[in-house]
Design a protein around this ligand. Structure first.
Ligand SMILES: Cc1cc2nc3c(=O)[nH]c(=O)nc-3n(C[C@H](O)[C@H](O)[C@H](O)COP(=O)(O)OP(=O)(O)OC[C@H]3O[C@@H](n4cnc5c(N)ncnc54)[C@H](O)[C@@H]3O)c2cc1C
Length: 361
């Protein structure tokens, strides 16, 4: 484990914003996790966990609590005796992109539409990562985690994790550090049925059709690229966190009205109906590329916020609030931000706290 002091966190996040970690520990060898525990004991504070930094806003003042960056790698595949399933146990710091590519190459279905999502596997149960019809809840068996409350390593089943739409028991808690994640996949040449209109269109198949795994992954990547939702080195819209806002829940009456306005309104596995946050942002009158706060603008391809130049966390928080307020005024619907916060950024925290108390989560 490498431990350094006063380390800039901005380069470790996709937004490229924020101050220093007073102490940053980087864990590459899972066997060295007890050193993280010893560090936390010495500092008298449990660490904040960083994976790929693709869903994180770091405060401008940085953070005084120790930060541990999970950089452990490795995935072990195990076939069931009857050949019906394959379980894969993955170290928390392993990249999701590599895992998805390997499952597709090995003819395993269950993760192919998660292609192109940045970050680490250990972060995927935190917000039940999902896209284009698949989510972690579909395949998660269990996780192993360090429980900072009890000082023990625990195994938590998928049920224990209480995965919901972009949420879980881990989402607003520092109690657990995920160490490994185990998924169950199915050998198949075909994907799960394609449920997203844009992906079905790219594949030229009716919704509900399974297609060859590699075709599904390629179509999802093409759709993602068209929205600037794949990080490409040197790209102009590269400094982003994917969706800044969760898709808000709408009731039946709102859904009917929104569908009549051609809004993308979808029914989700949790039985709730949600409208696309980016459609709401567009409807509130924002334009692609528009500057919202110093160094923060709409992406040129999609209605989400991106950073440029010397952007700050306070400017990002102000921009998020400007967008949320405008959407509230134009549509009556409250947007709540998705990325987590490291350090103290009061404006952003207030927006996040709305999320904690709202029914949208
Ligand atoms: C271009 C782009 C596209 C995206 N598209 C999607 C998408 O389609 N669907 C989607 O769901 N998300 C998407 N995201 C968001 C993000 O990629 C995911 O949430 C991803 O899982 C974050 O992984 P990470 O390793 O970068 O986590 P980080 O940003 O480092 O951390 C995110 C949160 O997880 C916690 N965490 C990380 N690792 C651990 C661990 N081992 N134990 C405990 N807590 C941990 C952190 O403390 C933090 O609270 C996108 C982001 C970008 C930039």
């Amino acid at each position: 484990m490498y431990v350094r002091t006063r380390v800039p966190l901005a380069p470790l996040t996709t937004l490229g914003i924020g101050g220093n970690a007073e102490i940053l520990a980087e864990l590459t060898d899972p066997a060295e996790f007890p050193e993280v525990v010893a560090l936390a004991d010495r500092e008298g504070a449990r660490p904040l966990v960083l994976g790929g930094g693709s869903n994180i806003l770091v405060a401008d003042a940085g953070c005084s609590a120790p930060v541990v960056r999970m950089a452990t790698e490795g995935a072990e595949f195990e076939h069931s005796r009857d050949g019906e399933t394959v379980t894969v146990t993955v170290q928390a710091g392993h990249t999701l992109q590599d895992l998805v590519e390997r499952t597709v190459a090995n003819g395993l279905t269950g993760m192919e539409t998660l292609i192109g999502i940045p970050g680490t596997v250990g972060a995927t149960p935190v917000q039940n990562v999902g896209a284009y019809g698949q989510e972690v809840a579909d395949t998660l068996v269990h996780v192993t985690a360090w429980d900072w409350d009890t000082g023990r390593e625990v195994v938590l089943s998928a049920d224990d994790c209480r995965l919901g739409h972009r949420t879980s028991i881990f989402k607003h808690s520092t109690r657990w550090t995920l160490l490994t994640v185990t998924f169950r996949l199915r050998p198949s040449k075909l994907s799960t049925p394609i449920t997203y209109g844009m992906v079905a269109k790219a594949l030229d198949v009716p919704k509900g059709t399974p297609v060859p795994l590699a075709d599904a992954a390629a179509a999802v990547l093409a759709v993602r690229r068209s929205k600037g939702m794949v990080l490409a080195p040197g790209g102009t819209d590269n400094r982003n966190v994917g969706s800044v806002f969760l898709s808000p829940v709408v009731d039946r009456r709102q859904a009917e009205t929104l569908r009549a306005e051609q809004a993308p309104v979808n029914d989700f596995p949790d039985g709730l109906t949600r409208v696309s946050a980016s459609w709401l942002i567009k409807t509130a009158g924002f334009a692609l590329g528009q500057t919202i706060a110093p160094g923060i603008r709409m992406s040129g391809k999609h209605f989400t916020l991106v950073a440029d130049g010397q952007a700050t966390a306070s400017a990002f928080a102000a921009a998020a609030r400007t967008v949320a307020d405008a959407v509230q005024q134009a549509t009556g619907i409250q947007l709540t931000p998705e990325p987590d916060l490291i350090g103290d950024e009061p404006t952003y925290l207030r927006l996040k706290q709305k999320a904690l108390t709202s029914t949208y989560l």
